[in-house]
Design a protein around this ligand. Structure first.
Ligand code: PHE
Length: 454
């Protein structure tokens, strides 16, 4: 649908699914479980949920309103709403964060493609847990294979971006998201019925708050921003394609609930299975790739054809979930280059794809042959992940909260949240209070704590 010369999403369901498609991705199924494993389990999840509810949802509403009001890419949005000020840097930082996330995220997205083909070739059959660990390590450390998949993945993202918003992004999300959800439910059922699964369930539900320190809080907050695609203008860019009658608060809640639910379910697939086969929960980024194949093998040991079908389906849908997220990051940077530098959309998209292939390759190599090259003790992959999720996104979120809570005209905020007074938003005052006080102060405290000032 083209309105005022700019593309729009076609339907309300399409809007929710496309935004949820951005939010739901490797962040839920790959990153959430391994961060939960690294930071001790249930207590991390508790803090994570708090961050989603108290920081994530109000800031998401803030991003939505900036995007829909300005109808521009994220950097342009600040120039329209706050002309002549430095607020544009919030948008620009978001564009940079999007570019950096896309670079390392595509590496993992590429791994999912390798696993799709492994599953199709029945490569998991008959392997022991140790063999899964070894084959992942030799694959991810290989200088060529992951790079080829990464390039393929970025090119797929590229071609969908070039097809445009409605045809490309919306149609895709509408079919794939519900399928992924059903499959995840089935896998939860399988995983929790494995022998010894109860230890994993306990790990997810019994919090040990004695282990919580500022590191855990920063990680949980970063994960909340990462998983909700917040703090970098992604949902702001999507909202610039929303119609005037979209209920921003309700959309934010729907996206938040879907995203959180899928992350928690992913936890219920991974940990019962990991404990069942004896994989340590803090295995890091490899966690889902070494745990999940075991779920398929063991849960369906009596029916190998079911193991086959489910493993193929799962990795295909995981790749698709990753794709709907990479599309959203790519869109942020492409829309920025296209609108701010007056490049054609195609040309802008090629620049993003090319740049991400370059940095993506460096990220990929940093896990294998390039292990020795580190900055601040981190390889490129870990550095990009750390700087974006734990610094740029929360910082972006804090600035967005301040922008909406303090800078923006109250009338604009009211008009956007209530659709010019036609909607009754019961949480209105709470949302504003959080954006004004709670979010900026809470994020600042976590940062200051982490930097060691307190
Ligand atoms: N939210 C996505 C995921 O969980 C990742 C993402 C981060 C997408 C930031 C866009 C912007 O996989």
């Amino acid at each position: 649908m083209i309105k005022n010369g700019r593309a729009n999403f076609g339907s309300k369901l399409g809007i929710i699914l496309a935004s949820a498609g951005s939010a739901v991705g490797l962040g839920n199924i790959w990153r959430f479980p391994y961060e939960t494993g690294n930071y001790g389990g249930a207590a991390f999840i508790f803090i994570y949920l708090g961050c989603v509810l108290v920081l994530g949802l109000p800031i998401m509403i803030g991003e939505f309103l900036i995007g829909r009001r300005s109808r521009a890419n994220t950097a342009g949005a600040y120039q329209i709403l706050a002309p002549g000020t430095q607020w544009k840097w919030v948008g620009r930082m978001g564009v940079l964060a999007g570019f950096m996330i896309l670079s390392f995220y595509s590496v993992v997205a590429g791994w999912t493609l390798e696993y799709v083909f492994e599953a199709i070739g029945n490569g998991f059959a008959g392997k022991t847990p140790d063999e899964f660990v070894n084959s992942f390590q030799s694959f991810s450390g290989n200088p060529w294979k992951p790079v080829i998949w990464l390039v393929l993945f970025l090119l797929s993202t590229h071609f969908i971006i070039v097809r445009g918003v409605e045809k490309g992004i919306e149609k895709f999300s509408k079919i794939m998201m519900p399928m992924l959800f059903v499959l995840i439910l089935i896998l939860v059922g399988c995983s929790v019925s494995l022998p010894g699964a109860s230890k994993g369930i306990e790990f997810l539900l019994k919090p040990d708050f004695s282990k919580v320190d500022s590191n855990v809080i920063l990680a949980a907050m970063g994960q909340a921003f990462f998983s909700l695609s917040l703090g970098m203008g992604c949902l702001c860019t999507y909202a610039s394609y929303f119609n005037k009658d979209v209920n921003l608060t309700r959309t934010a809640f729907s996206v938040g609930i879907i995203d959180t639910f899928i992350a928690i379910l992913a936890g219920f697939i991974i940990f019962p299975a990991a404990f069942s086969v004896g994989i340590e929960p803090d295995a890091g980024p490899s966690l889902i790739f070494i745990t999940l194949p075991n779920v398929f093998q063991q849960a369906f040991s009596g029916a190998p054809w079911l193991a086959y079908i489910f493993s193929v389906l799962f990795y295909v849908l995981l790749a698709v979930a990753a794709l709907t997220s990479t599309i959203s990051m790519h869109e942020v940077v492409t829309a920025y280059l296209h609108e701010e530098f007056k490049l054609s959309r195609k040309r802008a998209a090629w620049m993003v794809t090319g740049g991400c292939i370059f940095f993506g390759i460096l990220c990929s190599l940093s896990l294998g042959v390039g292990k020795g090259f580190t900055l601040f003790g981190l390889g490129m992959f870990d550095l990009f992940d750390f700087v974006t999720a734990k610094i740029m996104l929360p910082l972006g979120g804090m600035l967005i909260a301040i922008f909406v809570g303090w800078y923006l005209d109250k009338k604009i905020v009211w008009e956007e949240i209530t659709n010019n007074g036609t909607l009754k938003v019961y949480a209105y005052k709470t949302i504003i209070f959080i954006l004004k006080y709670i979010a900026p102060i809470a994020i600042a405290i976590v940062f200051i704590n982490e930097l060691g000032f307190i």
